[in-house]
Design a protein around this ligand. Structure first.
Ligand code: ZN
Length: 251
């Protein structure tokens, strides 16, 4: 069994390795069983370290850059002159890079991991979009940063919204639903449930990303706790998947 779920549409370009870790194959015990890759959720740090080395060994990935996620709109540019992100890790919710060989990662268990690939430059981005980040426009912020830093064009991008809680399971308060409907329109609404995916699609197409270049994972994390962690379905105490993207070539 593969240790991660590959984002095939992105990997098919031949220039990136991209995927989301699955919850199996690690050494964490319940409620983090078993491949929890995040340090901040209350799991034993030694166990998380063991899971990470297992994961890196089996995927061949190294030099992981990630941030302390705070549901913000902050974006980090991982540049050539930065060999590794120092401790304490910077607070942010997205990372972008045009540097070959670095792996950008974010941790989720219901929030939307947004993968951005600019196939022309090439350049990459990864975003942690929960409801706060989505409402505040974190995915747009990450794209805009790529535009500024790398000259990324919307028409050259492929976007993938990874495994996350979907409108079948994401019941929210009326207040929050109203806030989203007001900002993004009625397509984000499914009865009393919210579609974070629709809200992200809405804000990205609004700034010129072609709808056909945005793909959504078929997996709802709350429906598929056999494969993924779900904060909502597991009552707030669970592990995190790592969504990652690595640029394998550069101009
Ligand atoms: Zn569901």
């Amino acid at each position: 069994m593969k240790i991660y779920y590959p984002i095939q549409e992105l990997e098919a370009t031949g220039i990136v390795t991209a995927g989301v870790s699955l919850r199996h194959g690690g050494v964490s015990r319940s409620p983090y069983a078993s491949l929890n890759l995040a340090e901040h959720v209350g799991d034993d740090p030694n166990t998380v370290a063991a899971n990470r080395s297992l994961f890196f060994q089996q995927t061949g990935l190294a030099d992981l850059h990630y941030c302390r996620q705070i549901h913000s709109t902050e974006v980090i540019d991982v540049r050539e002159e930065v060999p590794a992100i120092p401790e304490p890790r910077p607070e942010a919710d997205a990372l972008v890079s045009a540097r070959c060989g670095v792996t950008l990662g974010i941790f989720t268990a219901d929030c939307v991991p947004v993968f951005i690939l600019d196939v022309a430059t090439p350049a990459i981005g990864i975003v942690h979009a929960g409801w706060r980040g989505t409402l505040a426009g974190i995915a747009v912020n990450a794209f805009t940063r790529m535009e500024t830093l790398f000259g990324t064009l919307a028409t050259n991008c492929q976007i993938h919204l990874g495994p996350s809680i979907q409108k079948c399971c994401y019941t929210v308060s009326t207040e929050l639903l109203d806030q989203f409907t007001e900002r993004f329109g009625s397509t984000v609404r499914n009865g009393t449930n919210l579609s974070l995916q629709a809200a992200n699609i809405n804000q990205l197409t609004e700034i010129g990303l072609p709808r056909t270049s945005i793909l959504v994972s078929p997996f709802c994390t709350a429906c598929r706790t056999d494969l993924f962690y779900s904060h909502r379905a597991e009552n707030g105490r669970t592990g995190r998947m790592l969504s990652f993207i690595r640029l394998n070539t550069e101009n």
